[in-house]
Design a protein around this ligand. Structure first.
Ligand code: TYD
Length: 144
């Protein structure tokens, strides 16, 4: 599968009015292709930090910089791309089995992450060499 099919930028509607902005993200086929099982957010990181550096065998994610900005580098073992998240209405959908790095966090960055699965360390691949190996095995089992 090519990288452009493995991630997607989604622009959410602003339901705000004179009282302020309101952005809604609904799961399970509404705004996202998955049901939301887990929410976490990352703040207090800065421009010297690299987070992520892992792939998930099963989990799909949606990332939103609800405040500030950060960059996300996605890599499928073959191609890579860098996406800057800098608007509270801009979501980045990531399919499973993508290697990702999050970095270049602004001081006011709050990176909200919605996930399709509960946390399970066993489905994280934290070594890039292992990630490439798993991709190869998947490719091999498909061609059998
Ligand atoms: P880590 O995967 O390094 O975070 P990031 O993807 O932002 O680089 O997670 C840091 C620690 O928090 C690690 O010990 C695992 C734990 N953790 C959970 O227990 N549950 C979670 O949902 C997440 C994302 C992390």
């Amino acid at each position: 599968m090519s990288l452009v099919e493995q991630y997607k930028l989604i622009e959410f509607a602003d339901l705000g009015d004179e009282r302020g902005n309101l952005v809604v993200i609904e799961g399970e086929g509404m705004d996202l292709p998955f049901d939301i099982k887990r929410v976490f957010y990352i703040y207090g990181s800065d421009s010297t930090v690299i987070r992520g550096q892992h792939a998930n065998r099963e989990t799909e994610f949606l990332l939103v910089n609800v405040s500030g900005s950060s960059k996300v580098r996605v890599d499928n073992g073959d191609e890579s791309a860098v996406i800057e998240l800098n608007r509270p209405r801009m979501g980045l959908y990531l399919s499973s089995m993508l290697w990702k790095d999050m970095y270049d966090f602004s001081e006011d960055s709050v990176l909200l992450v919605l996930a399709s699965r509960h946390y399970d360390e066993k489905e994280y691949i934290r070594d890039y060499g292992t990630y490439l190996q798993v991709l190869k095995e998947k490719e091999f089992s498909k061609s059998e």
